[in-house]
Design a protein around this ligand. Sequence first.
Ligand SMILES: Cc1ncc(COP(=O)(O)O)c(C=O)c1O
Length: 356
Amino acid sequence: MSLERRNIAKMQGYTPGEQPEARSTIKLNTNENPYPPSPNVAAALAALDIATLRRYPPPMANGFREAAAALHGVSAANIIPTNGGDELLRLAITTFADNGDCIAVTKPSYSLYPTLADVQQCRLEEILLNDDWSMPGDFLQKALAAQAKMIILVNPHAPSGNLLSIEYLAALARAFPGLLLIDEAYVNFVAPELEHDAVPLIHEFDNVLLLRTLSKGYSLAGLRFGYGIAAESVISPMLYKTRDSYNTDLIAQQLATAAIKDTDYARENWARVREQRQWLQQALAALGLPSAPSQSNFLLTTIPDATGAQSLYQTLKSRHILVRYFNQDRLRNRLRITIGSPAENQALIKALQEIL
Ligand SMILES: Cc1ncc(COP(=O)(O)O)c(C=O)c1O
């Protein structure tokens, strides 16, 4: 006899990208940063006094909140630290969407959203993107018609890398009566000349919640640290009511704080990733493999039918190069390729030249 709730028994869990043991694998499948974390993080770890682990950590991670507030020019009351960006998604859904409520997302999108909606027994309205991955003109109408309580948009979009403008997001926030969660997991890789900054939206709109993570931009996927930025009225219920009592641990708080205090170091890596993004996109295109324009640290690359995306994924895997294949509508003829280090990207191109 199953003891699970009925909806849990029926649902599929989230399938994470493969995490191979072998360090020699060229890992371009889960959008990790190819560069190491800041030396400040290493110094903070070396300076950690093990005796401090005897006690509980600061419950609200106020040291990190102050540092993040200074970085974004907001108040600490606008920040909630979480155990990875994923925890913020779960917190937001359990705080702002009731069982039976509708959550509107784009299709395709980050595959954890449907899983979290299932856990909370929410309805999911998946709204198809245009062929060029832009938003359909009737996105808002469809979300309203489905009586969505919440919209979750990933921007830059995953898995395409398409960027929605601040003007578009502001118009959506103005017209939508529910919570607009903008998942900015990859926002650090947006070209600085675009001057893309969604943070001011939180002062104008009390229904906008931004998700940030240290996993990608700060090379700390293994640490599990993310945070939300929003009006105090959005942050407070999560911070004081729905959050686990000590949702981020002491080591993570200290290392995450060290990382975001060294944005100069992180920015250099973002620039390197952008440079390599351009190089890789051109090198792939020269092999007849075009990619959607990307403002993220990955490319969504179209694979000709004669080669087959799934088969190419397998062949690359047999050569110890991992990329991401999604067996889903619109994605079956594509591979999502994380921007690696120059050596990794060159190895990928060399392998593709041999295979193709
Ligand atoms: C779109 C998107 N949002 C959020 C996350 C959450 O990242 P993390 O939980 O590592 O902070 C990811 C991670 O892959 C992602 O791709």
